[in-house]
Design a protein around this ligand. Sequence first.
Ligand code: FAD
Ligand code: DLZ
Ligand code: SF4
Length: 509
Amino acid sequence: MVARLVLVLGDQLSHDLSALAKADRSSDIVVMAEVMDEARYVPHHPKKIALVLSAMRHFAQTLRAGGWQVEYTRLDDPDAGKSIVQELLRRAEAHGATEVLATAPGEWRLIKALEEAPLKVTLLPDDRFLSSPEEFSTWAEGRKELRMEYFYREMRRKTGYLMEGGKPAGGKWNYDHDNRKSARPDMLRPAPIQFTPDAITEEVLDLVEARFGDNFGRLRPFRYAVTTAQAKRALDHFSQHLLPGFGDYQDAMLTNDKFLYHSVLSPYLNIGLLNPVDICDRIIEEWQAGRVPINAAEGYIRQVIGWREYVRGLYFHEGPEYTARNHLGHDRDLPPAYWGGKTGMNCLAHAVDQTRQEGYAHHIQRLMVTGNFALLAGVDPAQVHGWYLAVYVDAFEWVEAPNTIGMSQFADGGIIASKPYVSSGNYINKMSDYCAGCAYSVKEKTGENACPFNLLYWDFLHRHRDRFAQNPRMGPIFRTWDKMEDTRKADILSGAARILGDLDAGRAV
Ligand code: FAD
Ligand code: DLZ
Ligand code: SF4
């Protein structure tokens, strides 16, 4: 019998993967490959490369223990091909195979590469999600607006999560209104669970240090889970200790607390160590036992069955050109501060430094600090997209691109966001303790010392007035601007021009 290859990618580490479910353990050969093309399509954070490679090696071990024949290529293997397709060709030749079974990758780039490979490749749907791209497209058809909230309600009905007799539990679909408390420093607040690297991970860490030590990001200490068993412990820990506070403090930011009540489960979900059903079942169990309030349970379920499924559906619905969109025509270079260069802006410095250390920042740091500043400053969305795809451990294009191009940079022209996520320094000051330690003053609206967000916010609105003045949610903001004294407006615009000029000249802001 001619051997068949079964491809398992670095973010497909699930034992119920469709390609494995369809394969024959007694005759098919699993191919897993650490390759340079995947390790450098963006300058990934070293912790992200370490997570993927270590989890791949552990996964291969469990496959072998389960009776699979696995051909595994290490990055330092002298025979290793540069790309996934080269590795498939090499293994196909060695085994006389012509057919490959694979689960569809989560990125157009790799889908195209597999479709064009000179082998018979069968791509199976990735069913580790609660909805399929086809279901999303059916839902999207004929709608004027593709708002997440309505997609989410369909998902609640479909899954039955937090539903009581066909109605939303507690009477409301969405408890976001209760989830905007700012947080205080608290030494006793529990932190996410950490894992000590085993021998496999240590070996990977040495490899990553040698090959990718110059990439932005600190490799050690490395404390991420690399197996399903560890990821399940992380889920248990989150559900028991952190979930009850998740809702209330979802939008809060604190200098000395990188994680607050966030779960830090996205890396495990996105590489397949956890699946959304396990997570949601666990959240519901805690809520039904009365250990978790409805606003926390609903807030968390919404992120997983709502946002996560919605952005994936949208990524595939919008097609491969989505990442190149630039609706606002922004073209400024990403400031060096995003790669650790000097800045007087404490919030930005803090979000970037935390990103460098952990490969992690929570949603509001990504959206309202780094994303907000890039949007206000008119940075080229393709560069912003490249940055987010590189620096976060959980970054895979299907989830990162809609969040960056759509939600954060409004570069898709408003498919995801009904208005741009922009704010002045006020919002950051309300939700964080960053402003107290800043070189700028959040209270000052004009002048050298004024918070750059305060200046750039009005400048952005002024620049894009034609696009946004008619937006019903933005009308009142323009009326506030219109009522300002002309001299004040001129001071704001000249202050913003000074900041943008500094950015263009490569001077630290
Ligand atoms: P929690 O706050 O604990 O949330 C629970 C889970 O919900 C997350 O683990 C995640 O799986 C899911 N989730 C929450 N929000 C979103 C969202 N907007 N889209 C999709 N899933 C969501 N998320 C990624 O997984 N990968 C990315 O590359 C990524 N890039 C982003 C880029 C930008 C500019 C922005 C604004 C957001 C991005 N997000 C991304 C979404 C979100 O910030 C992260 O999912 C979240 O911060 C992960 O941390 P957590 O596990 O502690 O999340
Ligand atoms: C992110 C990543 C990295 C760093 N390295 C590998 C690798 O060596 N081999 C592999 O199969 N996958 C890797 N990945 C994950 C892929 O980039 C990911 O599967 C695609 O981007 C599709 O989402
Ligand atoms: Fe950020 Fe402005 Fe506050 Fe400084 S003053 S931390 S720049 S919001």
